[in-house]
Design a binder for this molecule. Structure first.
Ligand code: FMN
Length: 217
């Protein structure tokens, strides 16, 4: 099958693109409105794209009624947000927070998670999350009236001590299991981890390393 984007409806574009580019991490984004009420919502059009400046990007659409989602409205108003990574400990909260909860109510009241103060932004993070990125608004790119890219400058990274190896100060891959969004209602967990270094030109040319000889693990 080969598809030309110009032949596809918006809905089909979404369906194919979000099903082809997988897995995607999920950001459970906390924001606060002008009255200080905390909002939480999951976003899987999300990743980090740069470390200096440290930039995370969210792709945010509109509500079914065409109005702004609370997350982007709050980011425009307060200019700060926190990306909480989602693992098994907050999976229920992620699903609850994706519901269309009225703007004057907090998803946190339904989600059964705890808010704690962040170090560098006034928006709180979710205490149970394995890792959180505290962000200041860097830029909003309005692609259309229905789609925006929100670029956040990461000011601090919180990581749970349990997943850090004290000897190396690095995350232990086997202990960190964020959920992966596939498409629609499909999700996946990380499976087996393995390591493989980047080959040098010397490996490829002089030693004649061939792609077919590189084992998966
Ligand atoms: C796993 C998951 C990922 C999602 N990813 C996105 C996304 O990338 N962009 C988006 O606009 N909505 C996404 N949604 C839908 C929003 O979470 C949903 O519209 C939410 O109600 C928005 O809340 P808010 O109005 O409080 O911001 C996703 C939902 C789920 C369950």
């Amino acid at each position: 099958m080969e598809l030309l984007l110009e032949d596809l409806s918006t809905q089909d574009r979404y369906k194919f693109l979000s099903a082809v580019v997988i897995p995607r991490p999920v950001a459970l984004v906390t924001t606060k409105n002008r009255n200080g009420l905390c909002n939480a919502a999951p976003f899987s059009f999300f990743n980090v794209f740069s470390e200096d400046p440290a930039i995370a990007i969210l792709g945010i659409g509109v509500k079914p009624n065409g109005k702004s989602k609370d997350t982007i409205q709050n980011i425009k108003d307060v200019k700060q947000f926190v990306i909480n990574m989602v693992d098994a400990s907050i999976i229920g909260a992620m699903h609850i927070a994706s519901a269309e909860i009225p703007s004057d109510e907090s998803e946190i009241d339904y989600a059964g998670v705890t808010l704690v103060d962040s170090k560098t932004v006034s928006v709180q993070r979710i205490a149970e999350a394995p890792a959180s990125l505290e962000c200041e608004l860097f830029q909003i790119i309005e692609l259309t009236e229905r789609r925006a890219l929100v670029l956040g400058k990461i000011k601090a990274i919180y990581i749970k001590d349990e997943i850090i190896d004290p000897a190396t100060n690095r995350i232990i891959p086997e202990k960190y299991s964020p959920i992966a969004r596939l498409f629609g209602d499909y999700y996946a967990w990380l499976g087996e981890r393995y390591t493989k270094g980047i080959p040098s030109m010397d490996d490829i040319q002089r030693l004649g390393l061939k792609a077919g000889e590189i084992e998966k693990s």
